[in-house]
Design a protein around this ligand. Structure first.
Ligand code: ATP
Length: 234
């Protein structure tokens, strides 16, 4: 994947900016990536990211900076390299070249500090199928180091934000796609991160659910930076 053109900006509110980074497979373009120097309040600063899988050059020199209040959308066809870029940005995969900094913390040198500021919804929103939603969220809150009153407060906040009240005692394997995706978003929000990376958050959802997730992302983005992807080009 390379990114083409300057990111487009549209103003949805005075505090929020939405940008679309159109991403295309390497063979379709020789145009340069967008390359800007990071301003002081940058939440995500990725430079020169490159990743090869054998003969496939999946990510070829991505530079990306995202500031608070910005929503950046990766738009590209299947196989363009959107998920791979997200895996590099979240530390799920090691890049062959390049660096990632989250809230000023270098992902390689200070992974815990960087990941503390990161919430990640992987593609397909994986969860532990036999856990109930409550067990799953409690487990992840525990992993994130939350306990006592802080844990209860964050659980209540995300359950309300994502509207999970009605399914808290249901096992994840019995949830509809829409609710499964919401649980994935809830776990990404639990520790109140500054950066949200959402891989295809609306994929497979019906139009109402898509609208809800988009509204949710919009409401969350006021004080966070959000990067999301979609292969739905229209
Ligand atoms: N672990 C891997 N091993 C080998 N090739 C891989 C691996 N992960 C991704 N690829 C390849 O890298 C390229 C980019 O894949 P990626 O999943 O990042 O694309 P994508 O834009 O997210 O696509 P989609 O919209 O289908 O999710 C594809 O050609 C894919 O086959």
């Amino acid at each position: 994947m390379t990114a083409i053109g300057a990111p487009r900006t549209s103003s949805s509110s005075t505090h929020q900016r939405v940008r679309a980074a159109v991403v295309v497979p390497r063979e379709f373009t020789n145009r340069p990536v967008f390359n800007r120097s990071a301003p002081m309040d940058t939440i995500l600063d990725a430079r020169g990211l490159r990743k090869r899988f054998g003969p496939i050059l999946a990510v070829d020199g991505i530079d990306l900076t995202v500031a608070p209040g910005e929503v950046v959308g990766f738009l590209g066809p299947n196989g363009a390299g959107k998920s791979t870029t997200m895996k590099l940005v979240t530390g799920f995969l090691e890049p062959d070249a390049g660096s990632v900094s989250i809230c000023g913390h270098d992902l390689r040198r200070a992974p815990l500090l960087a990941k503390r500021q990161l919430g990640y919804l992987p593609e397909g929103a994986p969860g532990y199928p036999d856990m109930t939603v409550r067990e799953f969220l409690r487990f992840l809150a525990d992993v994130r180091g939350l306990s006592g009153g802080a844990l209860r407060e964050r659980m209540d906040t995300v359950v309300e934000a994502v509207h999970l009240e009605s399914v808290m005692h249901q096992s994840i394997e019995t949830l509809s796609k829409g609710f499964r995706r919401r649980v994935g978003i809830a776990q990404a929000l639990l520790h109140d991160p500054r950066l949200l990376i959402l891989d295809e958050p609306t994929d497979g959802l019906d139009p109402n659910q898509k609208h809800e997730v988009r509204e949710l992302v919009r409401s969350l983005a006021a004080d966070k930076a959000v990067v999301l992807s979609t292969h739905i080009l229209e």
